[in-house]
Design a protein around this ligand. Structure first.
Ligand SMILES: Cc1cc2nc3c(=O)[nH]c(=O)nc-3n(C[C@H](O)[C@H](O)[C@H](O)COP(=O)(O)O)c2cc1C
Length: 348
């Protein structure tokens, strides 16, 4: 029953979130929904997009819309990516591979979490454009294994998360005991079993990024950048793309929204690298606003997990398909039918 509700997609994405939260055990629902501290940044991310107002153009021929995007030289049918989320098996047995299949069907890129419940190879069976997020851990041998496994399984990029030198203050998860007990998985995930918090390496610096970018057989994307000067420095250190992100408000509470950080990063980067963004995207209009501010592609973390929880692969697909549909409608109504050429002046 739950699955058919999601697959019908006559409902909005907010409805699917409500259905997922009703279906999941409370500790798991809060693990996905929640943010760090007082959830100021989680709320700011949502409000950041909503507060931007559109200046539509009228009487433009929008009969042949295009949502194609090119990221790191690879073509996507829609300028969307699934942001990495840990331990999807907590939500549905199909886990990461189900979401990766949904992303491939929707023409979006998929980023596997460094704390995934399935191996690189298992997830890669989904096909499509695949990225592998990694945390650099105290045990650098595990990190080297991770890079090798991603390359071996045919992933197209490594996404290094830099906003988590330590784990943020997650009251929900402390209350439920989830992060103390939950273990990511598997041998090649780049992570040992046991809580992530004890494995993160808080001594990570620019020199480590430079070393990783130098050794990696895959292009390196830096995830979690919130300032222009850091973006420039990341590119100098060898990053090929910048992902503006604050981890969906799950790390530093009080950090500004990604909508607020994006323009500064786009300006600092210029045409030296692709700029991506995630955080608080819940509507097609949010995607259009991010594209207008200069993002090449836009990520969603929680939304596909809600779909996964409600309807497995089909639920995750329904969510991505719905978001892509909203994007097409919004582009048409804005008089900007080409997603790859949304002008800055579309925003007031
Ligand atoms: C349940 C959950 C788990 C996450 N796990 C990871 C992770 O393992 N690695 C990572 O870089 N980001 C992780 N994130 C952050 C997401 O990649 C992304 O930045 C964020 O969810 C975007 O915000 P949104 O959920 O509002 O779309 C996680 C987010 C959620 C909601």
């Amino acid at each position: 029953l739950l699955g058919s509700l999601a697959v019908g997609v006559t409902v909005s994405l907010a409805d699917i979130e409500a259905q997922a939260l009703a279906a999941l055990a409370p500790g798991i629902g809060e693990f996905v929904r929640g943010g760090a501290g007082d959830e100021l940044t989680l709320a700011a991310n949502l409000e950041g997009w909503r507060a931007l107002a559109l200046r539509p153009r009228r009487l433009v021929d929008v009969s042949e819309p295009s949502t194609e995007a090119t990221v790191l030289g690879r073509r996507l049918q829609t300028p969307l990516f699934v942001a990495p989320t840990a331990m999807n098996a907590l939500v549905h047995p199909g886990a990461e591979r189900a979401v990766a299949r949904a992303a491939a069907r929707a023409g979006a890129a998929y980023c596997r979490s460094g704390a995934a419940s399935q191996t690189h190879a298992e997830v890669a069976q989904a096909g499509g454009v695949l990225w592998s997020q990694l945390y650099v851990l105290r045990d650098r041998g595990l990190t080297r294994n991770h890079v090798a496994a991603a390359a071996e399984a045919g992933y197209h990029a490594l996404v290094l998360t830099v906003d988590a030198p330590v784990l943020g203050l997650r009251d929900h998860d402390r209350r439920s005991g989830l992060l103390q007990s939950a273990t990511p998985q598997s041998a090649d995930s780049g992570m040992a079993t046991g809580a992530l918090a004890t494995q993160l390496d808080p001594s990570l610096t620019w020199a480590d990024l430079e070393a990783l970018a130098g050794e990696s057989p895959l292009p390196v994307v830096v995830k979690g950048i919130g300032r222009g000067d850091d973006a420039r420095r990341a590119i100098d250190a060898g990053a090929r793309a910048i992902m503006v992100s604050n981890h969906g408000g799950r790390q530093l509470d009080g950090e500004r929204s990604t909508a607020a950080a994006l323009p500064e990063v786009v300006e600092a980067v210029g045409d030296r690298a692709d700029v991506l963004v995630d955080g608080g995207v819940r509507r097609g209009a949010d995607v259009v606003k991010a594209l207008a501010l200069g993002a090449r592609a836009v990520g969603v973390g929680r939304l596909p997990i809600w779909g996964l929880a409600v309807g497995g692969e089909d639920g995750a697909f329904a969510v991505l398909d719905r978001l892509a549909h909203e994007l097409r409608v919004t582009l048409a109504l804005c008089g900007t039918p080409d997603a790859a050429a949304v002008p800055r002046d579309l925003l007031a």
